[in-house]
Design a protein around this ligand. Sequence first.
Ligand code: ADP
Ligand code: MG
Length: 676
Amino acid sequence: MKSLQDPVTALRGVGPKMADNLATLNIKTVEDLLTYFPNRYDDFAPTNLETAVDKQKVTVHGTIVSEPMMSRFGYRRTRLAFRLMIGHNVVQVVYFNQPYLKKQVIANHDVTVLGTWNAGRQEIQGTKLLSNNNQQEMGAIYPANKQVHQATLRKLIRVAYNSYSDVIATLLPISFRQRYQLLDRKTMIHDLHFPVDGQAAKMARRTAVYEEFFLFQLRLQAIRRAHRQKDGQQILYNNDELRDFIKTIPFELTRAQKRVVNEICRDLRSPFQMNRLLQGDVGSGKTIVAAIAIYAAVIAGFQTALMAPTEILAAQHAQKLAKVFERTHVNIGLLTGSMNAKQKKMMLQGIKDGSINLIVGTHALIQDQVEYANLGLAIIDEQHRFGVHQRQQLRMKGQWPDVLAMTATPIPRTLAITSYGEMDVSVIDELPAGRQPIKTTWLKGNQSEQALQFLKGQLAQGAQVYVVSPLIEQSETLDVQNATDLYQEFAEYFAPKYQVGLLHGRMDNEQKEQVMKDFNANHLQVLVSTTVIEVGVDNPNASVMLIYDADRFGLAQLHQLRGRVGRGKRQSYCLLVADPKTEDGVRRMKTMVQTTDGFVVAQRDLELRGSGDVLGSKQSGIPDFKVGDPVADLKILQIARADAGDLINTPGWDEKDENQPLVYYLKRHELTTHFD
Ligand code: ADP
Ligand code: MG
């Protein structure tokens, strides 16, 4: 029985050596070969010469009606001419300096000529000459490499199609195909590789994109359902008690905050394990949302955990939450890697006996020795900083605790749909009222003095300032050196009026914390730093962020850095000093100046870098799509997602005959699919 899952060696002419070569393109099965999509086509659609203008690029199909006439002139220069009949017209065709084409010029043969139209002489100056043995107007061009050449791919795909086309089953349900006028799979594969014209190729691609997204979403949502069916905890808190707590918060929650609190609370009460991503720009107020969820779980009698990526951040959270929970019976414990054995033992004891009901810490929280009494809710802050594996470990602690992952890296809708399809997503898309947008300015390197003058002016008004030193790629030592040099310059420049501090990754935690404390207490007015401050540092009086060589940073990182200011009542500023050497760098600077909206920044980032890079594709599980582009084909992605959801939520869908190819497809991918 032939099957698309047959290895490529099942094809005539493919031996083990060729199979190895094909594997370098990730082609292992016949199906891989048939779904190895061209990234473009040579367009051989004919041009109408009657309407062609001078110097226009043209393609014509015709019959050679003369012998080739070859003349040589100058040093190794040749001119090859012949006459070509196109319909009822005859035109002259000339090729310069391609004498080897002469043997292709045979009277009465059909050819395709690509070239430039010379209207004055009614002549085509040719660039390419193809003998026409089929009427295809489009030639597929595949991504090839050193091991597997273009011509080989073309040949093998033809062979594969000829011997397997009769076993290509259609995967997409008929109802969806009819609704969007999509092709059956056999036609789709045929027209992708051998389209008769541009329209056919376009239709085939449209079907292929939908199919790719649909299958992907079906897999994600199947996984999500499997998760959902797992027993979780029902966290049944007293609603009035929670309301009373919310009343003690000194500000009114934004509409967006209220909405996401509701979404989270609904999950807490449900018997399934929550798996929710909370997205919100820097400063949008995720912490208080987390606090409300924690409080709900605690009054329902559960333990809670909050995991942060660094010790500084964990300590800061513990401090802030202690204040929020001041008059409650939330009992906070801080667990970090740098605690001594005795402290740690006590802490572990408290976690085990349940006397601590909010554990804040770093990834120390997920180590095996940590035994929870009854963990009901686990929250991950800055979740993109944790690996897939660590997040998974937290999900497995205790009795399937509800998990809330928070991120300040706004993920464009596109990526949220693709990579977090198995998570529910809540978005805080609104900043607390009264925040003044940060004013961002881009200065050239020779305007640094201007930046320093500006700093002086702001310092004189009582502001505090961050200075981020240039990033030296792949060398922490040089980064540290840089920051240290810059620190000394600034210390001299601002002495004796203002105090300057230094923060970098090589300092130990105690030193770091001391510097942070001094800065928060305004004992230091200027903080020179490497990107250590990127995450979570919160000093509302700091209102200027000066970033040197800003073009060396990615958009996401620049946005994070900028988010350190604009947290208080002062008008805040971000100064980018940069002389970008690439077009890309210029666009990044312009984006930063144009917008402070994290979602816009993230979308631009995605466009500039491509979806694979934005979150590091391996870690975040963003797949490499073969045909679909989650940015350009967003509409199709959204539709396919909804359709996959509709199908999988239809009771008995997997028993219908017409869906058996899909059921089989899911089974086949069950074991090889891993999304966090
Ligand atoms: P992030 O989303 O970056 O974690 P935080 O939770 O640290 O943001 O909130 C930033 C600041 O805004 C904090 O000082 C917090 O107290 C304050 N804040 C949060 N929500 C509101 C609100 N609805 N109104 C006013 N201030 C708020
Ligand atoms: Mg935060």
